[in-house]
Write a protein of this length. Structure first.
Length: 123
């Protein structure tokens, strides 16, 4: 079964969960389409961020090894609004925000670790 915009909806849902787990207030615009997918507010600083969720896609370049992320470009309207692009890998649930959000920079390394690496040993 094919659901139009299905991957985009999954990316927005993963991104919403990510910010809620990091103690941000999350707001979704009521319009189905627009320059912003999420508005988040840091519960620590009160700083407001606007985000455009993008499902992460990769391409392989001839003559190079590895995969490279397909970068997206903000519209003029999004640039005026200070929108950040949030790349969401719907398979691994990894999130990469460009430019990074300062309140998350310290915790991103912990989030990217494999679950078994995050566990602390009891003494």
């Amino acid at each position: 079964m094919h659901i139009p915009h299905g991957k985009g909806l999954i990316s927005e849902t993963i991104l919403t969960e990510y910010f809620l787990r990091h103690k941000f207030y999350v707001f979704k615009p009521t319009a189905a389409f627009g320059p912003i997918d999420l508005v988040v507010i840091s519960s620590e600083t009160g700083k407001i961020y606007t985000l455009d969720a993008k499902t992460e896609s990769f391409r392989k370049l001839k003559g190079r090894s590895g995969k490279y992320r397909i970068s997206r470009v903000l519209s003029k309207e999004q640039k005026k609004m200070g929108v950040r692009i949030a790349y969401v890998n719907i398979d691994t649930r990894e999130i990469n925000i460009v430019p990074p959000i300062p309140e998350l920079v310290e915790t991103e390394e912990i989030v990217r670790q494999k679950p078994e690496a995050r566990k602390t040993k009891k003494t």
